[in-house]
Design a protein around this ligand. Structure first.
Ligand code: BGC
Length: 734
């Protein structure tokens, strides 16, 4: 082994889950992630795992809008990781939910980068505070499963920066994850695993990432290219032939030997960092189960309630209908699938809490493997409808077909048999509560108009059953808020026309109009907007105030709990930016806080909208720019429920665009110096020039806004020549 071979060997895994072992350097284990520790238990079954707490997946934790819960979950995850000698947990997954059909949406947080980034940063801080590393994934633009290893996401740079990279930027800058995992897909033609712009220029150069870049499992096309682009560790291993190619390339100069040394040094630093936290720890599985239940109960979104909820224990007989009540859907399939330490079901928890008669019927085929299979089974359906008819309250548990990594969904509709159960039960019992279990959103239209109460419970992890009972019976006052819009129809969704692409290419045609940004820009009606969620109490907002402070806009708003139950409100701040300089969406989430407010009490919520979060990406200067002008700051209960609004004037960033021969005549005229120079130049000729004449006539002046100065030469009378234009450019920028 030459020293170069040793270095090369460090840049690939020793096996599926660990790094290379060398003299004085132990191997460390990296494993999934993100909502539990999936320590493979059997060599022959990749998806087997040692029992570990299955916390709620990101689709649920996002609905808590509470970074503190994510931090606590991270701490617990790290303790379990350490107990299994795991040094890096492969998560969080923070890709933006571009389409509700995204097959891994259950593992991702939101359609909004600020919410995603804030929660993910807290998760990373929680895990890493206990000496275990994280892997921020999948970097980047891995928002679909279709053709995921080859597809090229074609995204313009502004959209990339503002939507798809922004959460990554936030987490890197605020929490420095030990590793970032590059994604499988291509971005504008270049695989993430060999994208130098992404892995080096942006990630390290602009954001200051200090850790190691790890590949997604099997994402590397060419080891040498990848190392040159900024990838440090290729997983999984072993890859002796690849190591040799890397060593040879460094030997021949095809790969800069210094770059290889840097990559190996980063892997070494990762391994050394992990050593600080070695040593055994005890896990309190009961406490972690209780934490999983607390988080799950906070994740449930009360979509609708005509007063039926909460249920009073002992106040009537209950029919629990739907197999999901007995056999919970609590996580998705694929690499994040955890073997839970135990599993609560809603039926048992409801039976324990009800203090009265509880009857159960499965309602549809237990094997809800496909829409057809979950279709009408008249016997099961009739039995459930009969129970609904003879009981005071009907709780109907329905949900998606199982969702899994590797496959996008094809419909947002509930399976036929589940829909039939909702409709038939509602027809015989007006006290019907629908409890939804799904990773990605499901349509609730049109059946929701007839149903008095709906709980969106996502996939809640191993303690979800108890959490559902807690919310149904009011032990927990619901405070979950939607982290993604529920559309009326799939066809309304901004991504609809361009998902999932074809022939290896997907165009992100909606640009920055992702999720609520697109619905709001088009003023499209939705079933439930981003940020939506009800409570068993009510909240009133006082007047919001907004002032420019040291770090951005300081916002204060008093919120009063006007009901008779203690509760939590998620105060959301949306900002509408002036759009003279660049097109802006109607409003964007800019800050938020989940606040506990006792019945009758008022809490004054104080938040800061960071100046950086006001900025848009200006492609002319390749930079984040805060536009000058008046910003509308709204304190809101959802993106469509603005309660109080203030206007604040913000000083913008200086954007001085150099004047060039391609700048339009209007751009020249609008520039104080350029305008003077141009006016003087066109007056230099004998008599009025064509340019002067055009400028003087309102009908023709309009055309000048799209005519580059150099093109005026063609319309000219000799006043504006290429030489004059060249001199103007020089003088204007001199
Ligand atoms: C997934 C990653 C995961 C890795 C290791 C890949 O297929 O995309 O999210 O961490 O496998 O299991």
């Amino acid at each position: 082994m030459t020293p170069r071979n040793d270095l090369a060997a460090l840049t690939s895994g020793r096996n599926f889950w660990s790094t290379e072992q060398q003299d004085g350097l132990p191997a460390i284990t990296l494993t999934d992630g993100p909502h539990g520790v999936r320590m493979q238990a059997s060599d022959s079954d990749m998806f087997s795992g040692r029992p570990a707490t299955c916390f709620p997946p990101a689709t649920a934790t996002a609905s808590t809008w509470d970074p503190d819960l994510l931090r606590r979950m991270g701490e617990a995850l790290a303790t379990e990781a350490r107990s299994m000698d795991v040094s890096v947990l492969l998560g969080p997954g923070i890709n933006i939910k571009r389409s509700p059909l995204g097959g891994r949406n259950f593992e991702y947080f939101s359609e909004d980068p600020l919410l995603t980034g804030t929660l993910a940063a807290a998760y990373v801080q929680g895990v890493q505070s206990r000496g275990v590393g994280t892997s921020l994934k999948h970097f980047a633009v891995n928002s679909q499963e279709t053709d995921r290893m080859r597809v090229s996401a074609e995204v313009d740079e502004r959209t990339l920066r503002e939507i798809y990279l922004r959460a990554f930027q936030r987490v890197v800058e605020q929490a420095q994850p030990w590793t970032v995992m590059c994604s499988y897909n291509r971005i504008n033609g270049v695989h993430a695993s060999r994208n130098r712009w992404l892995l080096t220029d942006v990630l390290r150069g602009e954001w200051g990432f200090e850790g190691a870049v790890v590949s997604d499992w099997g994402a590397v096309v060419d080891r040498v290219d990848s190392i040159a682009a900024g990838l440090d560790l290729t997983m999984p291993g072993p890859d002796a032939a690849g190591d040799q190619r890397v060593a040879d390339a460094a030997e021949s100069g095809a790969l800069d030997p210094g770059t290889l040394e840097t990559a190996a040094a980063r892997v070494r630093a990762l391994i050394e960092r992990a050593q600080d936290a070695s040593g055994s720890v005890d896990v309190d599985h009961d406490a972690h189960h209780a934490l999983a239940r607390e988080i799950a109960s906070r994740a449930i979104v009360l979509l609708k309630n005509d007063g039926l909820l909460p249920l009073e224990p002992g106040s009537g007989s209950i029919a629990v209908l739907g197999e999901i009540a007995r056999t919970p859907r609590y996580q998705g399939g694929g690499s994040s699938q955890i073997t839970p330490t135990r599993l609560d079901d809603a039926l048992s928890a409801i039976t324990a809490a009800a203090q009265g008669e509880v009857a159960f019927a499965p309602g549809y085929d237990a094997d809800h493997a496909s829409t057809e299979q979950t279709g009408a089974d008249d016997g099961l359906l009739n039995e459930a409808v009969e129970l609904a008819r003879t009981h005071d309250i009907a709780l109907v548990f329905v949900g998606n077909d199982p969702e899994t990594e590797g496959m996008d969904r094809t419909t947002l509709a509930l399976p036929e048999g589940h829909l039939a159960l909702v409709e038939r039960v509602r027809a015989v019992n007006e006290n019907t509560v629908v409890v939804l279990s799904n990773g990605g959103v499901v349509l609730t239209s049109p059946w929701d108009t007839d149903v008095p109460a709906i709980l969106e419970t996502w996939l809640l992890g191993q303690a979800g059953g108890g959490a559902i009972a807690d919310v149904l019976f009011g032990v927990v006052n619901p405070s979950g808020r939607l982290a993604e819009t529920v559309p009326l129809r799939l066809e309304d969704h901004p991504s609809y026309l361009d998902f999932p692409g074809e022939h290896g290419v997907v165009r992100y045609g909606e640009g920055i109009h992702v999720g609520y940004r697109g619905f709001d820009a088009r003023e499209t009606d939705v079933s439930y907007p981003f940020g939506w969620g009800l409570s068993y109490t009510t909240f009133e907002y006082g007047d919001v105030t907004a002032t420019v402070g040291e770090h951005g806009i300081d916002v204060t708003v008093p919120v009063t709990n006007t009901g008779d139950r203690d509760g939590r409100e998620v105060v959301q701040i949306y900002v509408s930016a002036p759009d003279e300089d660049a097109h802006r969406v109607p409003r964007e989430l800019a800050a938020f806080e989940s606040v506990e407010i006792a019945a009758g009490a008022t809490e004054t919520v104080t938040l800061t909208v960071r100046r950086a979060d006001l900025a848009y990406w200006d492609t002319r200067v390749s930079s984040w720019i805060v536009a000058p002008g008046e910003y509308v700051v709204a304190a809101a209960a959802s993106s469509r429920d603005l309660r109080s609004v203030a206007i604040v004037s913000v000083t913008g960033d200086d954007v001085r665009l150099p004047l060039t021969a391609e700048s339009t005549v209007t751009e020249w005229l609008d520039d104080p110096r350029g305008g003077d120079l141009l006016r003087a130049a066109i007056q230099d000729g004998d008599g009025p020039s064509v340019a002067q004449a055009m400028m003087g006539n309102p009908e023709t002046a309009v055309f000048l806004s799209s005519v580059p100065l150099a093109r005026m030469v063609a319309f000219g009378d000799g006043t504006l020549t290429p030489d004059v234009v060249a001199r103007l450019v020089q003088d204007a920028n001199g």
